[in-house]
Write a protein that binds this ligand. Structure first.
Ligand code: ADP
Ligand code: MG
Length: 264
C-alpha cells in the first residue's frame, strides 16, 4: 500500500510545486514508484515536468468521475508518473460544492491507485478551499513547505487548525509529516532566524533544509527536475537528502516505536 502525501500551504510561492517535482524525482531515483497528482489550476507541476496535455486531467478525475488509471501519463523520469492539470481545474472549486460527499471525491478516486505506487504526492493549490480539503481528506500525511522569509510563520496557525478540523471530521489518521524549510539562504541572518523559529514551534520539521538555488528555479522552464538539469548542485543533494529522510521515516514507522525501544 502506497503512502499519499499532500504538499500543502495556503501561501503561494513557498515551494510546494518545486518539492512535488523534485522530491518525486528523488524518490523515483531511489527506485520508488511515484505518482504526482497536480491539484493546482496553475498546473505548474505539469509544466515543470515538461508535460502538456490536451487529454484527461485531474479535473476529470475529481469532477467527472473518470477512472484515475485512465488519466495517468508517464514522465521523462523512470518510475515517475503524473496525473496532469490544466486551468480548467479552477472550475472544480465551485462545481464540487453541490456534489454528494464532495470532500471525499479525491480519496475515492485515488483508492484504486494505492497499490500501484509507493508514493502519491498531491501538489495543492495556494488556498484552503475545497481542493485542498479533498487532498487532506485523501492523504495519509502532509508536508508543509515553509519559505525562510519574513512572516514565514504567518498562516501556519490557520493551516494547523484546518488539519485539526480535517482530522476531526474527515480523516482521523491524517498526520503532519513535517514542515520543510525552503529557499534557505545561509548568507543571511534572517534565514537562520526563521529556521530557528519554525523549529521552535514545530518539532516535526525536516532536518533537511532546501537552499535557495537559481538552478532550482531555472529547471522547470526546461521541463526538468533538478536531477536532470543540474545533478551536481546543492539543491539536488538537498532533495535527495529529503527523500532519504522520508524513506527512513517510513521504515521507522513500519518497525514501530515499540520495536525501536527493544532494539536500543
Ligand atoms: P508554490 O508551489 O508553493 O507556489 P513554487 O514551488 O512554485 O511554490 O515556488 C515558487 C517560485 O520559487 C518558483 O518560481 C520556483 O521556481 C522558485 N523556487 C522554489 N524553490 C526554490 C529554491 N529553493 N530556490 C530558489 N527558487 C525556488
Ligand atoms: Mg504550486
Amino acid at each position: 500500500m502506497g503512502t499519499i502525501i499532500a504538499l500543502a500551504n495556503q501561501k503561494g510561492g513557498v515551494g510546494k510545486t518545486t518539492t512535488a517535482i523534485n522530491l518525486g524525482a528523488a524518490l523515483a531515483r531511489n527506485g520508488r514508484r511515484v505518482l504526482i497528482f497536480d491539484f493546482d489550476p496553475q498546473a505548474n507541476s505539469t509544466a515543470g515536468l515538461g508535460m502538456r496535455t490536451q487529454g484527461l486531467t485531474t479535473y476529470d478525475v475529481v469532477v467527472g468521475g473518470t477512472h484515475a488509471n485512465d488519466v495517468v501519463v508517464e514522465t521523462t523520469i523512470e518510475n515517475l508518473s503524473l496525473i496532469p492539470a490544466t486551468p480548467s481545474l479552477a472550475g472544480a472549486e465551485v462545481e464540487l460544492v453541490p456534489m454528494m460527499a464532495r470532500e471525499f471525491r479525491l480519496r475515492r478516486a485515488l483508492e484504486p491507485l494505492r497499490d500501484r505506487y509507493d508514493y502519491i504526492l498531491i501538489d495543492c493549490p495556494p488556498s484552503l478551499g475545497l481542493l485542498t480539503v479533498n487532498a487532506l481528506a485523501a492523504a495519509d500525511e502532509v508536508i508543509v513547505p515553509v519559505q525562510c522569509e519574513y512572516l514565514a510563520l504567518e498562516g501556519l496557525g490557520q493551516l494547523t487548525s484546518t488539519l485539526e478540523l480535517v482530522r476531526r471530521n474527515l480523516n482521523p489518521h491524517l498526520s503532519l509529516r513535517g514542515l520543510l524549510l525552503t529557499m534557505f539562504d545561509g548568507r543571511t541572518n534572517l534565514s537562520q532566524q526563521v529556521a530557528d523559529e519554525v523549529r521552535a514551534h514545530f518539532a516535526q520539521t525536516f532536518k533537511t533544509v532546501i537552499p535557495r538555488s537559481v538552478r532550482l528555479s531555472e529547471a522547470p522552464s526546461h521541463g526538468q527536475s533538478i536531477f536532470q538539469y543540474d545533478p551536481s548542485s546543492r539543491a539536488s543533494a538537498a532533495y535527495d537528502a529529503l527523500a532519504q529522510e522520508v524513506i527512513a521515516g517510513d521504515n521507522k514507522r513500519e518497525t514501530g516505536p515499540g520495536q525501536k525501544e527493544v532494539a536500543r
